[in-house]
Design a protein around this ligand. Structure first.
Ligand code: ADP
Ligand code: MG
Length: 623
């Protein structure tokens, strides 16, 4: 048939060095691209099989093999999928692939900012040229009477095509690595990359080192084959057949075809049915925990998790885990792994996953994601936004459900999950709307209360005083009857919420409050400052005041006018000005009801909070 040489019409002399430069940070991505092409080829054949278009041997077993050869510095990727006819190679490799590269160039050549390109979203087949000076394809189509094809290119615009000698259905792709990419023929490096991208691919992947003296996988395979035949002769099989197995390793031969029919002994290096693909009812608690350990290498148990499973209006599956707070730093450290059809895309893609959700740990698989675009396109994609909103809504649903049905667990988890929830409220208005009634606070007794609960209790304590205050306010109610309630609320004095930020430093005040029977909330996390500020702004009925702020109203003893205290005031002013070396310091002297407290320094709520906020903004990069 053909013996074809050709030149590809591309404007650029050699596009690959450019692509290579652009994708430098994700140099290893070709593994994913080539392996997922193999997986696609198998999926296509499976479809044909289902449709009755092709009948395969009953014991046909789909697989992808990756063979590293550290001596020759080559990598081989072999699949037993649909393969390609000569015409298909011309169309899909020569034309589409290269025109794809040209498209890519045209799309991005004007973009000065290299970061515009999403490196993790690969270029398909030709990403192989990022690491290889020469790439060959040997392929045989599933179609009756198809001839095998050998194709090769050295990465420029030239390619050569000729009849090949592949005898089994499928495709073998060989990469002859460039010197600066030799690392990828190293067994451990290669495995590491495959595990990163392909851990959950839907087709079994088998890994081999062509230079390994012993090939434990092959031996094991032999063992299991023997076992299959009923004899338990594992040790003998290793000794007996070790060499034989090594000798016939070439998958291109007919032996390979036979081998493929046998049950596989060696373990694939991936898990073809990750937990998120299963129905939540079919997954045990231990399986969720095991998956968490395996994927996130976190041996602390997760607190709980959410299994997302959605078909409409888009396809999305995944599991989100709430990790335990890192107590040393009081921080949540999350990772959300994004997959598309079980192929890893990247961690923490902020265009798809709401920022606050990245404090969780989880895997999200969304095959509908448009991945071959720039970051800015992702940001402006309405569909991507919907995905992000859906995930955020599901998390809020889970949390509010837990509050309503299992408040005890909710309280137990609260200290760990509250920084996450508060961050979510700060970052996502919809999330805040859904969660605001389920925010709880630890009080001085160590109980968890909501703000309305806190206020109600506070009013109960000092009911007489409050009743008088409210009466005074009530007279201001507007004439418009229909808006009675609203205006009443507006006119009403804001509810003061006292809080503690450091139980040790503020212990003196805590004691005072306890003696007076006034409650306060413990808000010790650094997310609490911006959180309560937002709460005051959004709810408009609360005024937060730290326990050591201006508390004189509540604790001042009656009957001491400023006049009467003038002498003490002058004395103390001088003392403090001198000691603190602050000329303009104003000192106010009050007589407190409580004798146990000798003196207190207070800083106004506003100025202290300003300082705290500045610190917070710097820490969380909030705008
Ligand atoms: P994409 O996978 O996005 O279509 P690629 O550049 O990765 O783009 O691949 C181009 C085309 O080459 C594929 O669509 C497919 O038709 C063909 N192809 C690549 N690899 C294989 C393979 N292993 N088996 C069969 N066809 C393949
Ligand atoms: Mg592809």
């Amino acid at each position: 048939m053909m013996n074809e040489h050709g030149s590809l019409s591309i404007n650029s002399e050699n596009i690959f060095p450019i692509i290579k430069k652009w994708l430098y940070s994700d140099h290893d991505i070709f593994f994913r691209e080539i392996i997922s092409n193999g997986s696609d080829a198998i999926t296509k054949l499976k479809k044909l099989e289902l449709m009755g278009e092709v009948s395969l041997p009953e014991d046909n077993k789909y697989k992808i093999e990756v063979i590293v050869n550290p001596e020759e510095k080559t990598l081989k990727f072999i699949d037993n999928g649909i393969g390609m006819t000569a015409d298909e190679v011309k169309e899909y490799i020569n034309q589409i692939a290269f025109s794809g590269a040209t498209d890519f160039l045209n799309k991005y050549k004007d973009k000065a900012n290299e970061e515009q390109i999403i490196g993790h979203f690969g270029l398909g087949f030709y990403s192989a040229f990022m690491v290889a000076g020469k790439v060959t394809i040997d392929t045989l189509s599933w179609q009756e009477g198809a001839d095998s094809v050998h194709w090769e290119s050295e990465g420029g615009t030239e390619f050569a095509m000729e009849p090949g000698d592949r005898e089994e259905r499928g495709t073998e792709i060989t990469l002859f690595l460039n010197e600066d990419s030799y690392e990828f023929s190293n067994e451990y490096r290669a495995k590491e990359v495959i595990e990163k991208y392909c851990s959950f691919m839907p087709v079994e992947i088998f890994f081999k080192n062509a230079n390994a003296k012993e090939e434990p996988q092959e031996d094991l395979e032999e063992d299991l084959d023997k076992e299959e035949s009923g004899d338990d002769i594992i040790d003998a099989a290793v000794d007996e057949d070790g060499n034989v197995t090594e000798g016939d390793g070439a998958e291109e031969t007919e032996d390979g075809v036979q081998e493929e029919k046998k049950p596989k002994g060696p373990q694939p290096i991936n898990n073809t049915t990750p937990l998120w693909t299963k129905h939540p009812n079919d997954v045990t608690e231990e399986e969720y925990k095991e998956f968490y350990r395996n994927v996130f290498h976190d041996y602390k148990e997760p607190l709980f998790w959410i299994h997302l499973n959605m078909d409409y209006p888009f396809n999305l599956k995944g599991i989100l885990y709430f990790p335990k707070l890192n107590t040393e730093y009081d921080t949540l450290e999350g990772t959300i792994k994004l997959y598309s059809n079980q192929v890893f895309i990247a961690d923490n893609i902020k265009e798809v996953i709401p920022e606050f959700l990245m404090l969780l740990k989880g895997a999200i698989d969304c095959p509908d994601l448009p991945l071959n675009v720039s970051r800015s396109a992702l940001q402006n994609d309405g569909f991507v936004k919907k995905i992000s909103e859906y995930i955020s809504k599901k998390v809020a649903d889970k949390l509010s459900g837990m509050y309503k049905v299992e408040r005890e667990s909710y309280e137990k988890f609260w200290d760990d999950i509250s920084p996450f929830i508060k961050f979510g409220c700060l970052k996502d208005d919809k999330f805040r709307e859904k969660m605001k009634e389920y925010i709880i606070f630890k009080n001085l007794e160590g109980k968890y209360v909501t703000l309305p609960e806190y206020v109600k209790a506070a009013k109960g304590e000092t009911s007489e005083e409050k009743a008088e205050e409210t009466k005074a306010e009530e007279t201001k109610v507007e004439e418009n009857a229909s808006s009675d309630e609203a205006s009443e609320k507006k006119e009403e004095k804001k509810d003061i919420v006292y809080y503690v930020t450091n139980e040790q430093q503020q212990s003196q005040y805590i004691n005072l409050f306890k003696q007076e029977g006034i409650d306060a909330l413990i808000l010790t996390h650094n997310i609490d400052q911006p959180f309560i500020t937002q709460l005051e702004q959004s709810e408009d009925s609360y005024k937060f005041q730290r326990i050591d702020a201006d508390i004189t109203d509540s604790f001042q003893e009656d009957g001491h006018s400023e006049e009467a205290l003038k002498e003490e005031t002058d004395e103390l002013t001088e003392l403090f000005r001198k000691t603190l070396n602050k000329e303009k310091l104003e000192v106010k002297v009050l007589k407190l009801k409580n004798e146990k407290v000798s003196s207190m320094i207070t800083l106004s709520e506003e100025s202290r909070r300003m300082q705290d906020m500045m610190k917070m903004y710097n820490m969380y990069g909030m705008d």
